[in-house]
Ligand binder design. Structure first.
Ligand SMILES: [Zn+2]
Length: 295
């Protein structure tokens, strides 16, 4: 059983938001041509394409992340079309006036489950009261979770389009999650990419907070930031601190035609095996934990 806890839903709305940010008024079609990516079409069409892709690779279920604030409806459309295949995640900007209303609407009427916070991108510290209000709104709904991007942040598509990325990486310290995670102990907090370079801080935070999880997604090229870090070593460290039940496999797949990133799955599978992680623990990491959290 394979479940991917980190896939982006690059909808038409996602591309039109980037186009607006660039200020050139390009159509989605023109933007996708420039990127040499496929035009996603309607949310229903993109959802169908994702299902075909998951089927082709034997992936049972996946997260779909609405990857700009305000794109919850696109993922909601995918969920209502394929409720057994997808779990809805959505990016929230806590500095927006309507952040709490959006979270409430997304987690009730739209059926999305995970609010994704990017403190470095939105320039809102994890200790900020606006962050607290958003997390409180999420935690009020059963079956939800919070995703907090920490460590190094670079958004490939923004780079490709020449969009400025004025990220304040100092705001993405996993230790700053602990206050929130302890205040909302029943809400899982997922830190993607093992903390994206802040492995030690992520392990420290997760050691103190039993509701902090990591996802394994992306190429994890942050391992080059410290001497001696290897992916098997990272898996081993995470297993020894978090145990097998708080590690969620993910790829960070996003656009087509590249589709689901099988190569990342294969390299993580090899790394987990090289780390000496046994079959039953691997089955939790690569699928079971996702089903338990998002049953
Ligand atoms: Zn991602």
């Amino acid at each position: 059983m394979l479940n991917d806890s980190h896939c982006h839903f690059f909808s038409s709305q996602f591309f039109s938001t980037l186009s607006r940010q660039r200020g050139r008024n390009d159509t989605v079609e023109a933007l996708c041509r420039e990127l040499q990516w496929d035009d996603p079409g309607t949310p229903d069409a993109l959802a169908d394409r994702w299902v075909q892709e998951l089927d082709a690779h034997g992936v049972a279920r996946s997260a779909l992340i609405a990857s700009v604030p305000g794109d919850e409806a696109s993922v909601a459309a995918a969920l209502s079309r394929h409720p057994r295949r997808f779990v809805g995640f959505f990016m929230v900007d806590p500095s927006a006036e309507d952040a709490v209303e959006r979270v409430t609407q997304a987690t009730t009427m739209l059926g999305l489950r995970v609010a994704c916070l990017f403190p470095a991108m939105h320039h809102v510290a994890l200790g900020d009261p606006r962050m607290q209000r958003v997390v409180e709104a999420v935690a009020g709904q059963p079956g939800t979770a919070v995703f907090v991007h920490c460590g190094v942040l670079s958004v490939g598509v923004r780079k490709k389009l020449g969009l400025p990325s004025r990220f304040d990486l100092s705001l993405g310290d996993p230790l700053s999650i602990t206050r929130l995670a302890l205040a909302f102990p029943r809400t899982p907090f997922i830190v993607p990419h093992f903390g994206a370079g802040m492995l030690r801080e992520t392990m420290m935070a997760a050691d103190v907070c039993p509701n902090i999880y990591v996802d394994t997604s992306s190429s994890n090229s942050w391992t080059r930031y410290a001497p001696g870090w290897t992916l098997p070593g990272v898996f081993k460290t995470a297993l020894s601190v978090l145990g097998p039940s708080r590690i969620l496999f993910g790829t960070d797949s996003s656009f087509f035609p590249r589709g689901w990133q099988r190569g990342l799955y294969e390299s993580q599978k090899i790394a987990a095996t090289d780390a000496g992680i046994n079959e039953s623990d691997q089955s939790l990491i690569f699928g079971g934990n996702f089903d338990r959290l998002f049953g």
